[in-house]
Design a protein. Structure first.
Length: 138
């Protein structure tokens, strides 16, 4: 079974750069006129991907004609609180540190790399739209 997580975005190009360069994720697909793959997807595993939906896109995807509360245009400011966390398990603490450093140049740090009480090594970074990405290793 393949799973796709859809998140709203205000800026496809900025999201693409964050996913590819900040998190080191593969972003497959043919490039659209703006130089970004369409649809903008990032591979999380063999069976899971995240898709960034631009402003107005949730209405189109869900077939809704009325206001769509999850549309990127109605997102809280990037610095506002979020209730969605995407976790990416990496191979080592060094991988977490390196990916966190790269993501920090394009996003915003929320939790610096640390040993979590439950035994994982982790860091949390927010992307340009404020979505939270947790980087972990066991």
């Amino acid at each position: 079974m393949r799973t796709t997580i859809a998140l709203p975005t205000r800026d496809r190009a900025r999201s693409h750069t964050f996913l590819r360069d900040g998190l080191g994720l593969e972003t497959p697909g043919e490039l659209a006129d703006d130089g970004v793959p369409e649809p903008l997807r990032a591979t999380l595993s063999d069976s899971c991907e995240v898709m960034m939906i631009p402003t107005g896109g949730f209405k189109w995807v869900t077939g809704q004609l009325d206001d769509e509360p999850m549309d990127a245009a109605t997102l809280p400011p990037p610095e506002g609180p979020k209730q969605c966390l995407v976790t990416i398990e990496l191979g080592s603490q060094d991988d977490v540190d390196a990916r966190y450093a790269a993501a920090m140049t394009l996003g915003r740090g929320m939790i610096e790399p640390e040993s979590a009480p439950w035994g994982e090594y982790r860091a949390v970074v927010a992307d340009p739209d404020g979505h939270l990405w947790q980087l972990t290793s066991r």
